[in-house]
Ligand binder design. Structure first.
Ligand code: PLP
Length: 386
């Protein structure tokens, strides 16, 4: 089964470009809203890092989600798309003074603080502006997510967060500061996680940490568990919407929230991943010594995930239904890693055929670069193509 696309419009549009099925995005957002509506005090902040296309941000904002930003640029993108500052959380191991001041100036909901030096700088800068910054401490829970090593973040060896052993000291410091308000704890164990057991392990760890804090009579208002829910890259047509029901149920069942506490999620990939496809054209079909190459006009500059993480994306020839042939699908960039897939079956490719690289809505367009002096790919939403 292949995806359904407005091929006629594609045929007259310069390739490569990203195409976003906004009907699917809206259905995905509805599924999230319906699920969190079953619980008290559940809040989802869309992780802008997954895709900051203003047209998508606008739709996500209208659906009522908050945002998770990791730079001043993302805060501005979120504000420009209409998100209210009191729905913005700001994470990142290396926030610059300028970015912290921007967050203070705009009055964002919460800074997710990743180290003692950062906490001290936020307190100082807040004092200078005569403000009090709401903060959560990002704790590194040393919980493994069974995902690619490059997208695991919650192990002690990773650069993210404050070590659990330092948590009590850092909280004591935060509580003594005049210009920060300690709100709670933040976690994020990794991305593209499909095994709910990993989230259960995180819940168990948070339950222990909360019990430990209570022995010191420390109460917290919020828990932010980050993002990480994966999507089905193998079956974008069969499983277009991730299993949000199981995801939120896992937290409802295993995380012991105290009365009045709010729970925050920072979902990125699971919100936008399946609605995006990278559309590219076959430039040449080349018979090598051992294999056949479909050389397309998109490259790793447009979608870097296969080169960076050996990520799998389903690829479809959407121009014809001829018999299947085996190809390596490669781009035009002067790097041997510029390969989208090796030895995959596609309907026979001809020069000019349109190819859809599926499940490319997250960490696709936003990671594009201009290496080889290439233009950045454009992103179109369904409404612009029909
Ligand atoms: N929150 C934080 C702190 C992150 O680092 C990330 C991704 O790296 C996310 C949320 C979003 O993760 P995902 O796209 O897997 O939901």
């Amino acid at each position: 089964m292949k995806g359904v696309f407005p091929i006629k419009t594609f045929e007259t549009t310069d390739t490569p470009f990203y195409y976003y099925d906004t009907d699917l995005l809206r259905k995905t957002l509805r599924a999230i809203i319906d699920e969190i509506g079953k619980y008290e005090n559940y809040n989802v902040h869309y992780a802008v890092k997954a895709n900051a296309n203003p047209k998508l941000l606008n739709i996500i904002c209208q659906a009522g989600l908050g945002v998770d930003c990791v730079s001043g640029g993302e805060i501005m993108a979120a504000l420009n798309a209409g998100f209210s500052p009191d729905k913005i959380v700001f994470a990142g191991v290396g926030k610059s003074d300028k970015e912290i001041k921007l967050g203070l100036d705009k009055g964002i909901y919460c800074f997710n603080v990743e180290s003692i030096p950062e906490l001290e700088v936020i307190n100082q800068l807040a004092e200078q502006c005569g403000k009090v910054a709401s903060i959560a401490l990002r704790i590194n829970p040393n919980v493994s997510a069974h995902t690619h090593a490059n997208i695991t973040t919650g192990l002690a060896e990773n650069k993210f967060g404050i070590a659990m052993s330092d948590m009590d000291d850092v909280i004591a410091k935060a509580l003594a500061m005049k210009n920060v308000k300690f709100m709670g704890l933040h976690f994020h164990i990794g991305s593209q996680i499909l095994d709910m057991g990993d989230f259960v392990a995180l819940c168990n760890r948070i339950n222990d940490l909360q019990a430990q804090l209570e022995t010191h009579h420390i109460k917290i208002d919020l828990i932010n568990v980050g993002g990480g829910l994966g999507i089905d890259y193998n079956h974008p047509n069969r499983v277009p919407i991730p299993d949000f029901k199981s995801y939120f149920e896992t937290y409802a069942k295993h995380l012991k929230l105290r009365k009045g506490q709010s729970l925050h999620f920072e979902l990125g990939r699971s919100v936008v991943g399946q609605c995006g496809s990278l559309i590219t054209k076959v430039l040449y079909v080349k018979q090598g010594s051992f294999k056949k190459f479909a050389i397309v006009d998109a490259g790793m500059t447009d979608l870097i995930r296969p080169a960076l993480y050996q990520a799998y994306h389903k690829i479809e020839n959407i121009s014809n239904d001829e018999s299947l042939e085996t190809y390596d699908v490669v781009g035009p960039i002067c790097e041997s890693s510029d390969v989208f897939a090796k030895a995959i079956d596609l309907n026979e490719c001809h020069r000019g055929d349109l190819i859809a690289i599926r499940s490319a809505g997250a960490y696709g367009e936003i990671m594009a670069s201009q290496y080889n002096c290439r233009p950045l790919p454009k992103g179109y939403i369904k409404e612009e193509m029909i």
